[in-house]
Each structure stands twice: as C-alpha cells, then as structure tokens.
Design a protein around this ligand. Structure first.
Ligand code: HEM
Length: 481
C-alpha cells in the first residue's frame, strides 16, 4: 500500500466517522441559534452539511437567505475544501459573464463526472470551443429539430396517452417520476441513436421493461452529489477500495458503457440492412450519432461513448426531472390548469424551473484571486457553488410569494407578453457563453406533454405523500407514501 493511499484512507475514516459522532453528540448542546453551519475545530462545517445532506437544496436556501445570498464554508483541516456558496445574481453575472474565464469548472469537476470526463460538460476554455460549435450545429439542424418534434408527438400519442388512459381506467396510482424517466429515456435515445429503446411500453398487467440503464444514470448523479459533499481524498480512497457508493458507481459505469456500445451496434445493423431509423420515416438518417460517427475527430470509442452518454444525461435528466414538478405544481393549482386549458398557455411548462431547476447547483473553481461583486474574496483553487434552487426562492429577488407557483409573474402587466428576466437571475438554462445550446428543444417537448396531458386528464397528487427532491445533482422527485 503506497503512503499516499494510506494517507487517503486515514483521512476518509476520519472524515466519515468522527464528524458524525461529534455532530450528534454536540448539536444538542449547541448554542448556535441559527441554521448556519457550526464551525467546529478541525472538521469545520462538514458535519453540518453531512447531517443536512438528505435535504441539502432546502438547507442551502435557508443558509443563503439567512446570510444575505452568500456563504463561505470550509471543509476539514487539510481537505482543501474552501467554498463560496452563492445565489447572488450580481455574483452569478460576474462568474458566468463578466469575468467568465476566471471561473472554469475545473479538474475536480471532470474527476467527479469521470464517466463523461472529456465531453463538453466537463471541459472549459479553448478545448471546449470546437465541441460546443459541433453540438450547436447538430442541434440547430432544422431536419433534426423537426424530426424530434414529430418523435415527441408520436411518443406522447402512442406511448404516454395510452399508458395514462390505462392507469386512469383502472384507477391505478403511479410514480410520476418513474413514468417521465421512462418517457424521456426513449425520447432522448431516439434522436441520439436512431433506435427507440421502448422503456415506456407496457403490457395489460402493467409490467414494463427493466430500467437498469436509467437507474445507472441516476446513480451517476447521486454519487456525483456525494463526491461534491465530501473531501476528494475520501471518495478517491473509497473508489480504490471499491466500497460503498463508489462500488455502486463502478457497476453503473459498466452498465452505461455497455448500453452505449449496444446502441451503436444496433444503429450500425439498421444502416447495414438498409433499415429506417426510428426518428424519421425517410431513408436519410437524421440521428445525432450519425453526425459523430462520420466525424474523424470522434473515432476513439471511449471518447464517443462519453459524448453519447453526456447527450443522454442532457436530454433525459433535465426534462425527465422537470415534468414531474410541473404536474405537481399544476395538480395543486386548478385555476392555472383552467387557464392553460382555455389558452393552451406555454408558460406553465418552462417556469417551474425557477422553483425546481433540474440542475440545482452549478460548480465553478477560481483560477485567479478575485473580489466578487458582493465583496467576498475568493482565492485560487476555491470552489464556488451556485445554488439555483435557492436563487428561485429568495424573497428579495422574487417577492413575498417567492415559493408560490404563479406563472402569471412572468407576464407583463397587460398579460400579453412575457416579462424579461435576465439569465443571471433565472439561471435554469445557464448564462453567458455556455448557455444550454438545446434549450428550445425541451421547451417544445415539455409544451407538447403538458398541453396534451392536461387536455385529456385531471392530475391529482395522492393525499398524504411527502414529496421532496432526491439528494442528487439533478432535482429528481422522491415520493414517500
Ligand atoms: C429542461 C431541460 C434542460 C435544462 C434545464 C438544461 C439546462 C442546462 C444547463 C444548466 C446547462 C449548463 C450545465 C453546466 O455547464 O454545468 C446545460 C448545458 C447543456 N445542455 Fe441543456 N438543458 C436542458 C435540456 C437540454 C437538451 C434537451 C439538450 C440536448 C438535446 C441539451 C444540451 C445541452 C448541452 C450540449 C450542454 C453543454 C453546453 C456547454 O457546456 O457549452 N440540454 N443545459
């Protein structure tokens, strides 16, 4: 065993066991009257964050409201965890636009999401320019966008509506998050690979295909969340030992790589046999994979897998996470449902992203020391966590009704136009030069789903349920009945 590994092991043991012991022993005696994390000697604020990790997004909203939108946190001595947690629009504009090059995602982010380490999601600066231009050109192809719209309508009509009709006619309660995970899995994979995995198909006894790949994608996001919460030395030691969450992640990576390889193979069989791609009815293949396979820069298989998986995560996780929250909000606001039914308003589908942004936290590092507009100093190597979830819930940004779902807040006074809200205040699709290049696609897909479902069904939340976000890098819904 190398000395650096022994050191990692020692730190991980210290970090996982000792803080919990001290936290629970001392928290009852704590004189800290606020919700702000207690700053313990040696372990600093880690115990508070670990103890609130099951509900971290809400916890951060409380901490940021109490501390005036910015909070400096420290991990255990020697862990090099120095964080500025913020939801301050002025800081966000500084990080994403004004001084953008000073705040890369950083090497640690690429390590945390190692399954897509070389994809656009984890790289910055000059190396990101070509991949971004490539994605932008792929996603702006009118043929692709048109076939994605057709594919979405088809999946809603022949997949989602029959499923909901069956569930409604049998009075079956169901897990909205699971249904939309399946739906979006098919809808993301079809334009990507030209093959429909058929996860939404069902038989009359309600058996549905296994979801192991979708579950593996969830694992990447859940373990990514844990990796951000604990010192890097700790999860790296666990990875070497292949224990706990790291063992689960290792299995998930295997499932995902196998899936990408199978889909590529499936796609080539279709091409070889002169078959038609599931995305379009003509012989010209419009799927995203074809445009990468034919590009000499993507001949390395591992690299291609990373790119494809990052596309799956971009397409499935974001919308699959947002839709259950949309219906959750609508089920509790019948007045808004009536307005949508009478006007088929597009606003409802996009705006829940203020309260429930599918990517609730953005992470940046500091390349050179800087002073933020809020006056906070940041040093080289510091991490900045931008809490989008908190930003949508700050009273001084959104008014007294900040936690209410009220799509009318986005309308101008006469109700005829959408009010302008800058992206550094409504960050759901990111801001500045790295704004989501696919953002028109989810808006189109979500409008199709919301309008069609509301036109055909009444949606109700099962009484007595506790509905919360899962502790993960994406804001999936967790239901406890
Ligand atoms: C509700 C739906 C969506 C939301 C809320 C969303 C939001 C975001 C956010 C916040 C980022 C920045 C991530 C980061 O830098 O850490 C991003 C990037 C990206 N999104 Fe989306 N997205 C959505 C749907 C989609 C879809 C459907 C696609 C593709 C078909 C897509 C493609 C991308 C790509 C390629 C990037 C990387 C851009 C870059 O790093 O330069 N997104 N998205």
């Amino acid at each position: 065993m190398s000395s650096s590994f022994s050191q990692e092991l020692l730190i991980s043991t210290l970090v996982l066991l000792v803080p919990m012991y001290f936290y629970f022993r001392c928290s009852s005696r704590s004189k800290n009257p606020t919700m702000l994390p207690t700053n313990w000697p040696i372990l600093h604020m880690l115990p508070s964050f670990l103890a609130n990790s099951h509900n971290l997004h809400d916890y951060l909203s409380i901490v940021l409201a109490e501390s005036g939108h910015n909070f400096k946190a420290h991990g255990p001595v020697g862990s090099r965890m120095r964080l500025l947690i913020t939801c301050d629009p002025a800081n966000v504009r500084h990080i994403f636009t004004t001084n953008y090059t000073n705040f890369p995602k950083g090497a640690e982010f690429a390590a945390i999401f190692d399954i897509m380490a070389s994809s656009l999601f984890t790289i910055d600066g000059a190396p990101s320019l070509r991949p971004r231009a490539k994605i932008q050109s792929v996603l702006s192809s009118p043929r692709l966008v048109a076939s994605m719209a057709t594919c979405c309508r088809d999946k809603v009509e022949n997949g989602l509506l029959p499923l909901f009709s069956h569930l409604a006619s049998t009075g079956t309660r169901f897990d909205m998050q699971e249904v939309f995970s399946r739906f979006m899995f098919d809808l993301a994979a079809t334009p990507l690979f030209g093959v429909d995995p058929g996860l939404l198909s069902f038989s009359l006894d309600m058996s549905m295909p296994p979801m192991d790949v979708a579950v593996a994608m969830d694992t990447v996001m859940e373990v990514g969340f844990i990796r951000q919460l604990i010192p890097a030395s700790c999860w790296k030691a666990m990875r070497r030992l292949n224990i706990g969450s790291e063992r689960k992640l290792h299995t998930a990576h295997t499932v995902l790589r196998r899936f990408a390889a199978e889909m590529i193979e499936e796609r080539s069989k279709i091409t070889l046999n002169g078959g038609r791609c599931a995305l379009s009815n003509d012989d010209e293949h419009e799927d995203i994979l074809s445009s990468y396979i034919n590009d000499p820069e993507y001949t390395d298989n591992d690299f291609l897998h990373e790119v494809l998986l990052s596309f799956m995560l971009a397409g499935r996780d974001t919308i699959g996470t947002t839709l259950p929250w949309v219906f959750y909000n609508l089920a509790q606001n019948p007045g808004i449902v009536s307005i949508i039914r009478s006007q088929l308003s597009p606003i409802a589908s996009r705006k829940p992203l203020r309260l429930y942004p599918s990517a609730p936290i953005e992470r940046k590092t500091v390349a050179a020391a800087d002073i933020m507009p809020s006056g906070h100093e940041v040093k080289v190597g510091d991490t900045i966590l931008i809490s989008l979830h908190s930003m949508g819930r700050m009273e001084d940004l959104w008014g007294k009704e900040c936690v209410s779902y009220n799509p009318n807040r986005w309308l101008s006074k006469d109700g005829n136009t959408l009010r302008y809200v800058p992206s550094h205040k409504f960050l759901a699709f990111n801001s500045g030069s790295r704004i989501c290049p696919g953002k028109e696609i989810p808006v189109m897909q979500m409008k199709t789903v919301v309008v069609t479902v509301l036109w055909n069904f009444d949606v109700e939340v099962v009484e007595g349920q506790i509905i919360q976000p899962k502790p993960s890098c994406i804001l999936q819904m967790k239901m406890d009945l």
